[in-house]
Design a protein around this ligand. Structure first.
Ligand SMILES: [Zn+2]
Length: 87
């Protein structure tokens, strides 16, 4: 592990992040990929970006308001949240 070093950009580990652990990965110059010291995840920059982008699904609805959760087999109804309505 003495060779471990950070890449030019720090990316968080998508595999750890899904378990609510926010940890930076290291970069392997030879393999041209990022890897995590905490779990077994490793992947190219594209892969990391794609996975981290996918993880945004957790926060996708941060700016939405759920109107109706509906039935389990249907998507909930949402609208853009515009802040509290004036009363
Ligand atoms: Zn990890």
């Amino acid at each position: 592990m003495a060779q471990s070093k950070k890449g030019k950009l720090n990316y968080r580990c998508p595999s750890c992040f899904i378990r609510d652990i926010d940890i930076d990965m290291f970069y392997d110059e030879k393999k041209k990929e990022y890897y995590c010291l905490r779990c077994c995840f490793h992947g190219s920059e594209e892969e990391v970006l794609r996975l981290n982008d996918m993880l945004k699904f957790r926060y996708k609805w941060m700016e939405k308001r759920v109107l109706d959760f509906g039935d389990d087999d249907k998507a909930p109804k949402v609208e853009d949240y515009k802040g509290e309505e004036e009363k």
